[in-house]
Write a protein that binds this ligand. Structure first.
Ligand SMILES: [Zn+2]
Length: 160
């Protein structure tokens, strides 16, 4: 049992300091139990990805004797289809890994905005009061625990 010190969701006294929201966050968001469960999911996803990343990196570096570096072998291996596929997979997995790690940091209270808050809503400091915004619905987090956008903003991004 690790001691946890992060504030409760919606706690009005929680303040991230310099880059806090323009507007106080409304009540809502995942409960402490939800967050503990989602954190476990994120850790499991992360370890699966790390294993897969290792295999892909191994494939992309095969025979080159190079030190691991995505940027480096993107240049080196652009003429090799197998390696290029591995690199492209590795890059998208690396993005996913970053999203997962950011989500874990948010749950641990080490990144802003708090876990479960849509980053676009938070940045704009404005959201429609009749919706669940800026909180990402817990049901959505259960499916995509590393989600960083509400459904409206996610759809907006996908349209672009
Ligand atoms: Zn949003």
């Amino acid at each position: 049992m690790a001691p946890t010190t992060h504030p409760a969701p919606g706690d009005p006294s929680s303040d991230d300091g310099a880059e806090g929201p323009a507007r106080a966050l409304p009540r809502g968001g995942p409960s402490a139990a939800d967050k503990a469960r989602l954190r476990e999911q994120l850790l499991a996803l992360r370890s699966g990805l790390l294993r897969s990343n290792r295999d892909l990196a191994h494939e992309a570096l095969k025979g080159s004797g190079q030190v691991f570096s995505v940027d480096h072998f993107a240049d080196q291996a652009s003429d090799n289809t197998d390696q290029a596929i591995s690199i492209s997979l590795l890059e998208s997995e690396t993005d996913l890994l970053k999203a997962i790690e950011t989500a874990i940091l948010k749950i641990d209270g080490q990144a802003s905005p708090p876990y479960g808050v849509c980053e676009d809503c938070h940045m704009q400091g404005a959201w429609a009061p009749e919706t669940s915004a800026p909180w990402i619905p817990t049901g959505r987090l259960g499916v995509v625990p590393y989600a960083h956008l509400c459904i409206a903003h996610q759809e907006e991004q996908e349209e672009q």
